[in-house]
Design a protein around this ligand. Structure first.
Ligand SMILES: Cc1cc2nc3c(=O)[nH]c(=O)nc-3n(C[C@H](O)[C@H](O)[C@H](O)COP(=O)(O)OP(=O)(O)OC[C@H]3O[C@@H](n4cnc5c(N)ncnc54)[C@H](O)[C@@H]3O)c2cc1C
Length: 288
């Protein structure tokens, strides 16, 4: 039974309440995951600490060459934010396709990452940007990478008394383009079976470097280096894209041993073609 409810409005209050958390306490942000678990009796916390009353929790800003996104920013705010659209369209793409309008208005980026579902949509573009996670605990704030934070299925490295405060990533160069697509069983309100985020950095019309991050195929997002190598030095011409799609498919078969791996390996090819097509349009690349 929930015996205590905290809603800190300042950093000082947050640190004080963090010091009163126990291993049975839970944070609550949008509640779209936690309330379902509470109702199903899957979790019975002694304390709930609501993070939404912190004034800076929802801010999205640019400071010293980095984009900072408050952990309480909801999906609608992220999908519509011009700074996010300019610096990581993949993140806006992902936020804009989470659940339904009602879910997007409540669900937060901090809750999405802390929930650590392999099908979590925002984890993938944040991994793509090599985002830093800023984490508050009773003794202060620490920073970790996404890899250090999300470590398994519904498993993070966060201690019971640690809350995600915000995320940050460096503003990429002007010739950097990103996109995210997910494939689910329905076109709307669907959970990812494959989530794919791609970053392409162009120099003089040629792909100088790229990052390809796959979600929902392993316990955490994974980077597809072999597919990246097929695109580097190309102009995203069909041969290079086909080669990258085959490499991506082979990589999924290597790392995923579940029965649905053949479906995921096959489907990911189409998702990559779709993402690269979007990047081509965003970058204005025209094929000879
Ligand atoms: C109908 C429906 C459709 C959905 N569709 C999608 C979808 O398409 N894509 C997708 O990715 N997800 C989807 N979800 C899952 C969910 O909406 C997201 O994971 C959401 O981002 C969770 O955020 P929240 O703020 O609601 O988290 P909450 O429910 O408040 O919390 C989730 C978990 O994270 C912890 N937590 C919350 N905030 C923090 C923090 N700042 N620091 C540390 N721990 C924290 C909580 O203690 C809890 O364990 C869907 C859910 C529903 C019900």
């Amino acid at each position: 039974m929930v015996e205590q409810y905290f809603a800190p409005e300042t950093r000082e209050e947050l640190f004080e309440y963090l010091g009163r958390m126990t291993p049975d306490s839970r944070f609550i942000s949008g509640g779209t995951d936690l309330i379902l678990k509470l109702n199903a009796g899957k979790t019975c916390p002694d304390t709930l600490l609501y993070l939404g009353a912190l004034p800076e929790g929802r801010e999205i800003s640019e400071q010293d060459g980095e984009i900072h996104i408050g952990a309480m920013a909801d999906m609608t705010a992220i999908a519509r934010n011009p700074l996010v659209a300019r610096t990581c369209t993949a993140l806006a793409d992902a936020a804009g396709h989470v659940g339904s309008v009602q879910i997007r208005n409540k669900a937060t980026v901090g809750g999405n990452v802390a929930n650590a579902s392999p099908a979590g949509d925002l984890t993938v573009p944040l991994w793509l940007m090599d985002a830093r996670v800023h984490i508050a605990g009773p003794r202060g704030i620490r920073t970790a990478t996404m890899e250090e934070t999300v470590v398994g299925i519904e498993k993070t490295s966060l201690n019971y008394d640690e809350a995600i405060l915000s995320f940050s990533y460096p503003v990429p160069s002007a010739s950097t383009y990103t996109a995210y697509r997910k494939l689910g069983s329905r076109s709307e309100v669907t959970i990812s079976r494959v989530g794919l985020a791609v970053l392409v950095r162009m120099r003089e019309g040629v792909v100088a470097n790229t990052r390809i991050i796959l979600g929902a195929v392993a316990t955490t997002p994974v980077r597809a280096f072999s597919a990246e190598r097929c695109l580097e030095g190309s102009r995203l011409e069909p041969e290079a894209v086909e080669e990258a799609a085959s490499a991506l498919s082979e990589y999924i078969l290597e790392i995923n041993k579940r029965p649905n791996r053949f479906y995921k390996a096959h489907a990911s090819k189409g998702v990559l073609l779709d993402v690269l097509d979007t990047i081509r349009q965003r970058s204005g690349i025209t094929l000879p």
